[in-house]
Design a protein around this ligand. Structure first.
Ligand code: NAD
Length: 264
């Protein structure tokens, strides 16, 4: 494997499972030191850290609720105190609505607030805490994990779609504000990926197996993706190989968006 991230310090939020874990491990394999952020899943973060060590990498576990500014600021301060700086932020933490169907006329206000707080405000708060270091250095890369749900609507997913759509435009807006400091801001829009979040989503469907096959067929490549397939793209965006890439919302979805399918 190419080692494109040697000398870089990265932070991956929600790295105790799924896509975040795969990104943290990939970063380590490519030579980065990684901050492995978790919220409640300490065991998961420990497993990620062990995998990073097993790959010959270096990292630290960091706990925070990304929707609470004070906790986020403390997390970034701890990382910088330990390693001296930060070069790459991957905003990956995310939740779905606790309710299904999540439609506007039935919405629970607190549930809506929580989804927006974690999925959108959390990305802003973490970027806000990291940006002063990147501005000082005159370079850096921020990668936000949105979703295909941020590019097109999906039935009964109001709060999730709104939060992920917000991430796409927050990314583009930040790319404009920080290009002059040499900071690139991009976003990845994963399709259906084999993780705990996807399993939870499947289990809410009438028939999980049928739903899995349906979602797989919606991608041109005819299958569900793997977290490592998001991680490899994320490592590229974090690296200097992507030095002329900023402000994009890149679907990594096996062709789901290109397929233009409707889920009604
Ligand atoms: P996951 O549930 O394994 O990971 C989500 C992570 O977010 C967990 O580690 C969780 O602890 C963390 N988190 C939740 N609330 C938090 C909070 N308040 N503060 C900090 N962290 C918190 O799911 P995943 O599929 O790996 O999801 C990772 C990202 O990818 C999410 O942003 C998700 O929306 C996005 N995504 C996933 C898919 C998919 O099919 N799996 C598709 C598109 C986008």
């Amino acid at each position: 494997m190419e080692k494109r991230l040697i000398g870089k310090i990265g932070l991956v939020t929600g790295a105790g499972s799924g896509i975040g874990r795969a990104i943290a491990v990939r970063f380590a394999k490519e030579g980065a030191i990684v901050g492995i952020h978790y919220y409640q899943n300490k065991d998961g973060a420990e497993e990620t850290l062990e995998t990073v060590f097993a790959a010959g990498g270096e990292g630290i576990m960091l706990q925070a609720d990304v929707s609470v500014a004070r906790e986020v600021d403390e997390m970034i301060a701890t990382l910088v105190e330990r390693y001296g700086t930060i070069d790459v932020l991957v905003n990956n933490s995310g939740i779905g609505s606790a309710y299904s169907p999540d439609r506007v006329h039935e919405i629970d206000g607190q549930d809506w607030d929580r989804v927006i707080e974690v999925n959108l405000k959390g990305y802003m708060l973490t970027a806000k805490a990291v940006l002063p270091y990147l501005i000082d250095k005159g370079k850096g890369s921020i990668i936000n994990i949105s979703s295909i749900r941020g590019l097109s609507g999906a039935p009964a997913l109001a709060s999730y779609c709104a939060s992920k759509g917000g991430v796409v435009l927050l990314t583009k807006e930040m790319a404009l504000d920080y290009a002059c400091y040499g900071i690139r801001v991009n976003c990845i829009c994963p399709g259906f990926i084999e993780t705990e979040m996807f399993s939870r989503y499947l289990n809410r469907q009438e028939n999980a197996n049928l739903a899995r096959n349906k979602f797989a067929k919606m991608a041109l490549l005819g299958r569900i993706g793997f977290p490592e397939e998001i991680a490899s793209v994320c490592a590229f965006l974090a690296s200097d190989a992507a030095s002329f890439v900023t402000g994009i919302a890149l679907p990594v979805d096996g062709g789901y968006v290109a397929n233009g399918v409707r889920e009604m």
